[in-house]
Design a protein around this ligand. Structure first.
Ligand SMILES: *Cc1c(COP(=O)(O)O)cnc(C)c1O
Length: 361
């Protein structure tokens, strides 16, 4: 199937009477309310991608035998549209998110969604629901593109039919109560992703694999899990559903993309900015022993997570085999703050977009 040079999106508007009340910006949380529309495209073996459209938000009618319900053939992404201080609406690094979804689909034996189609649907949806992009500080419109297998067949093989859809949810300020550091449990029993597995793609399957460890960590009083490698539980991988960064001495370190780690767009932005500021930023493996030694000799300055939802989450405390390690006196680090400010300033148009990261809608 050859992709058209540009995708025309059909739009079917929700009648005024069917529109939902919009929550006040101050009442927004994460992922609970959705806008009036959604974007959809269908894929079949014969026709490829067809009928890309923006339609009223609503339920799907799916055959209970649809492959996604049985074997989890599903991949998603997450990106945000922001209302800049001058009122413009723009999406952060849309090209990267669209490309990641297309590349990840292959690992799950799904057809890639042409990045140009994803972008056209994102623009169509955000343009239609522009009024839903909130404007209070640190709020945004979260976009969730999702690809699911819909062939009604219980045989174990890749589906021959798919639905691609995008929903949008206005979300509140993540760091509402201040830039408060998280308490993190370093996991040495459960595994999120193993070499050769799905760790490098945004598959729903990775998330269900992580739930039990996260629940147990919460019972112990921690906010999230720091995943260690599946083989020896000696190297640090990701923190919850964020990429991990540590500052040891003058070096910013993040685990290399070795196949078990998701290549975050925020991670890439952090590396790009740090390097532009002349900071040594290294992608390599970090052993727990190195982190412990750095904490003991005082060279461990910061630990933080990075991802679309929170941008940067400082880590104030690490639990490891019953011991509690305090990072930077339990306070957010200087680089974490600087990165958070720099990235959000670009997102909200408070600083010039020197890296070409924003796509106007
Ligand atoms: C989405 C995700 C991240 C962060 O990626 P961003 O593109 O920065 O949002 C990190 N780790 C995992 C496991 C993820 O699913």
């Amino acid at each position: 199937m050859t992709a058209p040079a540009s995708w025309a999106i059909r739009t079917e508007l929700t009648p005024t009477a069917g529109r939902k009340p919009r929550p006040k910006d101050a009442e927004l949380v994460f992922g609970r309310v959705f806008t009036d529309h959604m974007a959809i495209a269908d894929w079949t073996e014969d026709a490829g991608w067809t009928d890309p459209r923006v339609v009223p938000y609503g339920n799907f009618s799916l055959d209970p035998a649809s492959a996604v319900f049985h074997y989890g053939q599903e991949i998603f992404d997450g990106m945000k549209a922001f209302r800049a201080v001058d009122g413009r609406v723009q999406i952060f690094r849309a090209d990267r998110h669209c490309r990641r979804l297309a590349e990840g689909a292959a690992r799950l034996c799904m057809p890639a969604v042409d990045p140009a189609l994803t972008l056209a649907l994102v623009r169509g949806l955000v343009g239609t629901d522009r009024d839903w992009v909130p404007s209070a500080p640190e709020t945004s419109l979260y976009l969730r593109p999702t690809l699911i297998a819909t062939e009604p067949f219980l045989g174990v093989r890749p589906s021959k039919r798919y639905i691609f859809f995008i929903i949008a949810s206005p979300v509140g300020a993540y760091h509402g109560a201040g830039f408060s550091p998280a308490r993190i449990w370093i996991e040495d029993r459960y595994v999120r992703a193993a070499p050769g597995g799905l760790g490098a793609v945004k598959a729903g399957a990775n998330y269900v694999a992580s739930l039990m460890a996260a629940e147990e960590a919460k019972k112990r009083g921690y906010d999230q899990v720091l995943w260690t490698d599946a083989v020896e539980h000696k190297h640090l991988e990701e923190v919850g559903t964020m990429n991990l960064c540590a500052v040891i001495g003058e070096e910013l370190i993040t685990p290399a993309l070795d196949g078990t780690i998701l290549g975050g767009v925020t991670r890439d932005s952090v590396l790009t900015l740090a390097r532009a500021w002349g900071i040594k930023a290294t992608e390599r493996s970090i052993a727990i022993d190195e982190l412990l030694a750095a904490q003991r000799d005082g060279s461990l300055r910061e630990v933080f997570g990075c991802g679309t939802a929170a941008v940067i989450t400082p880590v104030g405390e690490l639990g490891w085999k019953g011991e509690n390690l305090i990072v930077n006196g339990g306070k957010p680090g200087e680089l974490a703050r600087r990165l958070f400010t720099a990235i959000t300033d670009i997102q909200y148009g408070r600083a010039p977009d020197t890296h070409g990261w924003m796509t106007a809608v």
